[in-house]
Every structure is written in structure tokens, then in C-alpha cells.
Ligand binder design. Sequence first.
Ligand SMILES: Cc1ncc(COP(=O)(O)O)c(C=O)c1O
Length: 382
Amino acid sequence: MNCKLSLISCWPFAGVVGRLGFNCLTGIESMTDHQSTKTRERHFASDNYSGVCREAWAAMEEANRGHVSAYGEDQWTRRASDMLRDLFETDCEVFFVFNGTAANSLSLASMSQSYHSILCHDYAHVERDECGAPEFFSNGTKVLLIPGPNGKIRPDDVEEMVKRRTDIHYPKPKVVSVTQATEMGTCYTVEELEALGCRAKHLGLKMHMDGARFANAVASLDLKPKEITWQAGVDVLCFGGTKNGTPVGDAVVFFNHELAHEFDYRCKQSGQLASKMRYLSAPWVGMLQDNVWLKYARHANGMAALMEELLSPINEVRIMFPREANSVFVEMPRHLIDYMHGQGWKFYSFIGEGGCRLMCSWDTREEDVRAFVDDLKNGLRA
Ligand SMILES: Cc1ncc(COP(=O)(O)O)c(C=O)c1O
């Protein structure tokens, strides 16, 4: 395979520029429409395949009037930040950056020094899918990996990692990072987070939450956002918007004010301070009004629940992890994966050989799920 081509077809860009369907993460064929003559309106590859929801779009449209101050000194950014403070019921500091990788890596950099380490799950996005950005932006911080079932890390394993080495030659553990909802589509319960938060504090660690799908986790757990963030010990949350209906722009929410010190400079230096900030923040106003964010997250979760329900009785398909948010992970035979790709469906198959992630979005329709499952059943008969 041509190396250049395999690189540009890499997840998450495979659907955008790639046609070869080669997955750089595993080296296996994945998610491609290259043999398919069929096109689909919606896919199950990622929730960032979806477009912009009408509420976010309407807010952007409204923001697109006249001249306003640049670099976040505008009324939309103020309003979105205030709405987030209301949502979390605390006086947090809020910054908007272009994407989740920037949110994670810049906030992690603000939580650590170059000689520190960041502890996270083996499959954490900050480790696997950010091209080393957390290490890069913190000038050398090392990411240390902790295994754990269902995409979650456990307090004892965190402690074991912290105490593994305490000498000066080892990168000093400083931050524990959790993903909520996890990379496996599960959700940490409030008790699990509290236990992690408590142990982190005891061990002198700060706690970071990658909330690319925080909305889906809140919808799934049916709790107040504060209960699974600052009340559980989370210092910084990266609150994802794009997967839930905004065009661009994730919010970095600092519950720990000290960690936000000069974060605006960090954003500016890394090219993450939008001059026309209103276009990043206005969609958040649209999403936060009337709990639109929660409505869409619940919908996406509901579509994944339907997918799970329809796939569960099929013998050749095995559900790999408890379905708790907006994705279903399944194992199915290689020929079936190929058949489905041939039918024009895009989805990733990167969890080991045969493991497929079926991700539902804010705009996934019941008929999309049913059409997918019908095709899958046809594939079994073919
Ligand atoms: C768990 C997780 N964190 C963060 C991100 C944000 O990544 P991006 O930089 O593509 O917005 C993603 C996107 O796929 C994700 O799945």
C-alpha cells in the first residue's frame, strides 16, 4: 500500500479524503465505501460525521450581525460562559477552543509540568488519537497507561501506577485523565468518579475529564452535570460540542481556578484563540438554551439503544461492551463487515480484528438504524 495514501485515509480523516479504507490504528481494512456503489445519507462511523443542529445554526446566524469585539470579548462568549456556569452551578472559568484535541492537550499542559506524567486508560483518546499533542503542548510530559475493563480505570490501578516508582528518574505522576463517556461507550458512575476523585486527591493528583461525549454521559446517567464533575473531584472538563450538534468549538471548563492561570495565553500561543470567537461560542448558546444539548444526547443514546436491541438477538453478532451512551461495539464476521461496507455503510472496525464501533449521532434516525440492521441480516443470508 502506498504509504502516503494510507496516511491520509487514517481515522478520523478516512471518510473525508481517503478511499482506501486502510485503518492506520490497526493496519486492518476498515470503514470504506471504495467497493460500494451505494451512498448513504447517514453513517455510524462517528458522531462527528453529522452536521450542525438547527438551534446551533440559528444562534450562529443571529451572531452574524454587525461588528463585535474580537478574541472572546463579545456578548456571545460572555453569554455562553455564563450559561455553562449556570449549568454546572458553580463559578467555573470557561474557554472555547477549536476542537477536542486542543481542549485536552492544552488543559493537560496547564495541569502539569514537563517532568510530570498523565495517567489515563490504555485506549484514551489523549493517548491513541491525538498525535502526541498532550506531550507536545506540555513540553514532554509522559502519558502513562492503565488498563481496565470497559474503558474505565480504577482507583487501585491508579495508585499502583503512582507508587510503581517514586524516584527522581521517573516522570512524576500529576494528573489522572478519565473519558466520560468512555472510548468503549460506557459511562463512569458517580460512585466510580467519586472514588477516583478521592484517590486522586489522596495521591496528590489533579483530575481531568475528556468529555467529548459528556452530554451523552449526562443523558445516560440522568444526573446533574455537577455531580459527575466538580463534586466528584474533577478539576478540568473538556466539554465536547461538535459530536452533539455544534459546527466547531469545544469548551474547556476549569472548576479549579488556579489551573486556569494564563490559559488564555496558552490558547493564543497554540493558535487556539479564535479572533472571531463568537462563531465558536454562539452555537453553545443555541445548544444550552432549553437544554437542547441534552435533548440531542438523549436522542443519540436512544438510537444506540435501538441498535443494540435489534442486533442482540443475532447469533453472529456479539455486543462487546455494555451499551450506555451513543455507541454500540460489536464483533461480527469479517465477511459481514465487508458486505456492510459494500452496501455503503461507513463504520470503524478498530477494536481488534472484527470489533466494530457503531456510533449514533444527534441526527441519526430510527429508519437509519433499521436499514442498517436489515442490510446486516441480508448479509448473513447472502
Ligand atoms: C474521546 C474523544 N476525545 C476527544 C475527541 C476530540 O477530538 P477532535 O480533536 O477530533 O475534536 C474525540 C473525537 O473523536 C473523542 O472521541
